[in-house]
Write a protein that binds this ligand. Structure first.
Ligand SMILES: Nc1ncnc2c1ncn2[C@@H]1O[C@H](COP(=O)(O)OP(=O)(O)O)[C@@H](O)[C@H]1O
Ligand SMILES: [Mg+2]
Length: 343
């Protein structure tokens, strides 16, 4: 499968810097670490690094460590032989092997369990490894590009990320700032996505009214460029300008609560009551299990957020206090939509 030429849009100084460094290091076989919040364009930059390198016609292979259960990461990266473990009913090449002379993109590298970090470091140093259960050395020829939306400096301080691996991965590092810090790029990005939709999907060109444009400039874009792209996609298909404006307005109100609104109360005792009331009000009676699940979710969310705040968003500490595993906490955070507040 061939990918179209990646284009990194934006003439803000930040994006120009990203563009320049991407072009400069693309052709050099150094490991690159790309950092930035979710949706800022890390994968796009990784694809550009590959596209503008002599490895262009070889594969670009992405591994998303966050999407894999920890016990599968090793086999995903390095492959296994038949019978290497229960369920390994046939031999399988790992992503390093599939990438061959191309590039391997280790997305969400911060999510790799600590014992796998040791193994990965060793492989990157030795430039070879064995498939799980294998006897034959497999050489590493791929170029390694990693990305993370975590603050790895903090993760290293907390003992969640090995600093030797960090230094190995980040020979070159590229940071992409969040969209709210480079709103100069909005106009060009909107232009770009609208043209793309028009050309690729044959949709009528959308015209943003001034209310929506004002909101776009005011908005803090927690989902960054991905969020913008999604709104524009919805707009060109559904032409629901009011709905999008209302949604952004609601997010804005949520982020900057106005003075008339009472502060969000975080009283745990109140929550089951609230769930009950909502369900009674709706006059459609849910099953007891549904009510219980909703109540449990809300209580969990409040408690987890509280512990995270107490620990300064140190997830390792928080998981210890909550007496769940670190991974379970990460999962819960995703599931319950818990994220650190923005500066
Ligand atoms: N500067 C940019 N120019 C054009 N498209 C962008 C830009 N930044 C992000 N995108 C697009 O936004 C979406 C999310 O980007 P992605 O690279 O997946 O973000 P991340 O990996 O940081 O979560 C993708 O469709 C990507 O092509
Ligand atoms: Mg991504």
């Amino acid at each position: 499968m061939s990918f179209p030429q990646p284009v990194i849009i934006g003439s803000s100084p930040a994006i120009q810097k990203v563009n320049t460094i991407t072009r400069k290091v693309a052709g050099v076989d150094l490991n690159v670490l790309i950092t930035g919040e979710s949706g800022v364009g890390k994968e796009l930059v990784a694809r550009s690094l590959h596209f503008f390198s002599p490895r262009k016609s070889a594969p670009f292979i992405k591994v998303n460590s966050a999407a894999l259960p920890s016990e599968l990461i090793e086999s995903e990266l390095f492959g296994h032989e038949k019978g290497a473990f229960t369920g390994a009913d046939r031999a399988k090449a790992g992503k390093f092997e599939l990438a061959g002379q191309g590039s391997i993109f280790l997305d969400e590298i911060g999510e790799i369990p600590i014992y796998m970090q040791a193994k990965l470091l060793q492989v990157l140093q030795d430039r070879f490894y064995y498939r799980i259960g294998g006897m034959k050395e497999v050489a590493v020829s791929a170029r390694v590009i990693a990305a993370t939306n975590q603050n790895l400096d903090q993760e290293m301080l907390d003992g969640n990320f090995r600093d030797d691996l960090f230094y190995r991965l980040s020979t070159i590092s590229i940071h992409i700032p969040p969209l709210r810090e480079r709103k100069d790029d909005l106009q060009e990005l909107i232009e770009f996505f609208c043209t793309q939709m028009e050309k690729q999907h044959n949709l009528p060109r959308i015209n943003l009214n001034s209310r929506l444009m004002d909101l776009f400039y005011e908005y803090h874009w927690p989902g960054n460029v991905r969020e913008l792209e999604n709104y524009l996609k919805r707009l060109s298909v559904l032409e629901n300008y009011t709905e999008i404006a209302e949604r952004i307005q609601a997010n804005l109100d949520h982020k900057f609560p106005s003075e008339e609104q009472p502060p969000v109360e975080e009283d745990e005792d109140r929550i089951p009551e609230e769930v009950l009331q909502e369900n009674l009000n709706s006059k459609v009676f849910p099953s007891l299990k549904e009510v219980r699940d909703q109540a449990v979710h809300r209580v969990e969310k409040v408690v987890i957020e509280k512990v995270l705040e107490e620990t300064g968003w140190n997830r390792k500490r928080a998981s210890q206090i909550l007496q769940i595993s670190y991974r379970a906490l990460l999962y819960k955070m995703k599931d319950l939509d818990i994220a650190p507040p923005y500066k």
